[in-house]
Design a protein around this ligand. Structure first.
Ligand SMILES: *Cc1c(COP(=O)(O)O)cnc(C)c1O
Length: 375
């Protein structure tokens, strides 16, 4: 209600953030890792750096808050996050002053950047912690040869006085789809030992990857040298998108897939043919689409679209029997023929959201974010 006493409609579409479910997931993940002697860096990038999610992760026992974007880490700090901040995209030369001022740790994979960030740290009166990345075959960031990694580690240790070499790490299951197998974790441990031998002291951090590196942990084959995982996806989407997280592992089923729910309003319901009528060309995004003729079926149009969430495969209706049929930038056509419940104009439909949809929805200015069960 506003001050004139009229009922104010909620602005939609709305993304409901259920912090209780989120904390359930985060503390479960932190618990799994703790039992294996591993600390969690809580990655917040999929929420576009929602500071309340960073605070949840901190309260659930994460040891670092991590993101690929410096602004997101800055927001987390401003919101009161006390634990160290970790920049997980190898930084740009143009942002090194911000990186050393805002973050305590960063991932690094190039000598030029290491020299420059050493200068930035000196200029800002800081000692910055670096984790050198090893590319074990996924072909994203990292040094590709063990000897090169060890040489760079020695160089950082001896020559870059404003840096502290905190450890090494790797990233798998990303651009190259390489699975974090026992062999890859053993290889990382071997590279860590080579670095330790070269610098003559133990490393504090051996960072074994992201959500998918929970698989060797579930199998009990995680190399004991690995003591950090950087976990995002599974904490936010749980078992909803099992390939993206842990390849359908049943361990993940104890997590909630209702941390984020998209609420959209029905703007039309009708019974219509399922195959378009007329000469077919391309759809709104310029693609040739194959339509399946299922006869006339009951449909509902939602006032939310691909401009908000991206791909229709990334949203899942909670309503039993409902199916996302097609979408344009601002409309989503829901097939509701098989629903027991009938939808009417003005009703609200709830949708679960997968990783890419969550990333887009949290970044969109068209979405109202409503947070419940905040601590
Ligand atoms: C995104 C990212 C992560 C987290 O990955 P999830 O699959 O979301 O757990 C970890 N490390 C790096 C370097 C990343 O870029």
């Amino acid at each position: 209600m506003n001050e004139k006493g009229t009922i104010m409609a909620k602005k939609r579409p709305t993304l409901i953030v259920n912090h209780e479910n989120l904390r359930h997931n985060m503390s479960t993940v932190v618990g799994w890792c703790r039992d294996a002697g591993i600390d969690v860096a809580g990655v917040i990038k999929v929420t576009t750096g929602m500071a309340s999610a960073a605070l949840d992760y901190e309260s659930c026992g994460a040891k670092w808050i991590a993101s690929s974007r410096i602004e997101q880490l800055e927001r987390a700090r401003e919101a009161g996050v006390k634990i160290p901040l970790l920049m997980i995209r190898v930084p740009m030369l143009s942002e090194l002053d911000e990186v050393v001022k805002i973050c305590d740790y960063s991932l690094q994979s190039s000598v030029d950047t290491l020299k420059a960030i050493n200068e930035a740290a000196a200029r800002n009166g800081r000692v910055h912690n670096v984790i050198l990345m090893a590319d074990l075959g996924d072909l994203r960031e990292g040094f590709f040869e063990k000897e090169e990694l060890a040489d760079v580690a020695v160089y950082v240790e001896k020559n870059l006085d404003s840096l502290h070499l905190a450890g090494i790490g790797t990233n798998l299951g990303c651009v190259g789809s390489v699975k974090p197998t026992k062999e890859k974790m053993d290889m990382l441990a071997d590279w860590a030992e080579a670095v330790e031998e070269a610098i003559g002291r133990p490393l504090e951090i051996v960072s074994g990857g992201a959500t998918s590196s929970l698989m060797p942990l579930f199998d009990g084959v995680m190399n004991p040298k690995v003591n950090m995982l950087r976990i995002g996806a599974v904490a936010y989407i749980g078992p909803l998108e099992d390939l993206r997280t842990c390849y359908g592992r049943k361990e993940v089923e104890v997590l909630s897939d209702e941390c984020f729910i998209l609420e959209a309003e029905v703007i039309e319901t009708n019974t219509k043919p399922t195959h378009p009528i007329g000469e077919l060309g391309v759809d709104a995004s310029g693609k040739v689409v194959k339509y399946v003729d299922r006869g006339r079926r009951r449909r509902a149009i939602l006032a939310v679209g691909r401009a908000d969430y991206g791909d229709i495969d990334d949203i899942v209706p909670v309503l039993e029997g409902a199916e996302v049929a097609m979408a344009s930038g601002d409309h989503t056509i829901l097939d509701i023929e098989d629903c027991k419940e009938q939808l009417r104009v003005g009703d609200i439909v709830r949708l679960k959201v997968k990783y890419s949809a969550l990333m887009r929805l949290t970044a969109s200015e068209n979405i109202t974010i409503e947070e419940i069960n905040r601590q």
